[in-house]
Design a protein around this ligand. Structure first.
Ligand SMILES: Cc1cc2nc3c(=O)[nH]c(=O)nc-3n(C[C@H](O)[C@H](O)[C@H](O)COP(=O)(O)O)c2cc1C
Length: 278
């Protein structure tokens, strides 16, 4: 592509991206109705189990050491990309899942779930998958969270988990050292049924609530993680058995055990700031 076409390509893509911020750009003909308005059947609130090996997660968090100083948690939150070889406990994992996608109640006759995170129209179109390397009491492998019953199911085991994690995160190999990597998918129609053409900005906004809760929950139990948008969706979808059309992985977060001595290694991720004199 010549320089001129390349610039035109970039400007077109940027303009497309910016449209997500303007509701006016999503104006519809007066007669447009969403599927909910057309009284089409509502899709399920959650994905059905994918295997038949669901494991109940512990939900009594009283034995966990949780930093309850809210401001301290807020001020200590940061992205961690260096993890030790430590394992996390099943209770810690359960706590992280609860704090990010836990279902507190169901409204109506299965009309909506109310969860530990807010969500536009309470649609909660996300599914949470895990690549587990070191969680006490769990075999390493790929898992799917069942939020309605607060259970985990094991759905696979890629060869060479550590390398696979790096590949699925566009070469961010450091993430392969985490105890567990959270992968989030969007099941589009769960939200599109209600919001139609206005769905997609809301869903992207909502995903930030999930990972921010994950950052804060991890911080509150002295674990560290890092949100990751650079996800190889095709690679992750293949491993978790998703079609990439109706449901696709689009966001991830490795979480692991961390220690203050690794602060300097963490700084290496910002070396470009020094090198470039920014
Ligand atoms: C939406 C989003 C995507 C991100 N993607 C990546 C990523 O792919 N790789 C990475 O190393 N950090 C990623 N980060 C982490 C940011 O670089 C980090 O939040 C930022 O540098 C500020 O640092 P702090 O989180 O320690 O405050 C992402 C953060 C967010 C919120």
């Amino acid at each position: 592509m010549d320089e001129h076409s390349l610039e035109a390509f970039a400007q077109e893509k940027i303009a497309e991206g910016r449209k997500l911020f303007f509701r006016a750009a999503m104006e519809a003909p007066d007669e447009y109705m969403t599927d909910q308005e057309r009284k089409l059947p509502q899709p399920p609130l959650c994905k059905a189990p994918m295997a038949d090996n669901a494991l109940d997660l512990p939900k009594d968090f009283s034995s966990l050491t949780i930093d309850s100083d809210f401001l301290h948690v807020i001020n200590s939150r940061k992205s961690h990309r260096v993890y030790t070889d430590g394992s996390i406990s099943l209770l810690q994992l359960s706590y992280l899942l609860w704090c990010t996608q836990g279902v507190k109640s169901v409204r109506g006759r299965a009309y909506a779930t109310l969860r530990t995170v807010p969500g536009g129209g309470a649609r909660h179109p996300f599914e949470c998958y895990l690549a587990i390397r070191r969680v006490e009491g769990l075999e390493s492998g790929l898992y799917h969270y069942l939020p309605m019953t607060h259970q985990l199911e094991r759905i696979g085991n890629p060869d060479g988990m550590e390398d696979w994690i790096g590949r699925s995160l566009e070469g961010q190999r450091w993430a392969g050292k985490a105890s567990v990597v959270f992968y989030y998918s969007c099941v589009f129609y769960r939200a599109e049924w209600r919001y139609g053409i206005w769905t997609h900005p809301t869903v992207l906004i909502d995903s930030g609530h999930v990972t921010e809760n994950l950052y804060l929950a991890a911080t509150s139990i002295s674990l560290g993680g890092c949100a990751i948008a650079a996800v190889d969706g095709a690679e992750a979808n293949r491993a978790f058995g998703l079609d990439g059309q109706e449901e696709t992985i689009f966001y991830a977060m490795p979480v692991g055990t961390v220690r203050p001595e690794d602060e300097e290694k963490e700084d290496a991720f910002y070396a470009f700031v020094r090198q470039e004199g920014l």
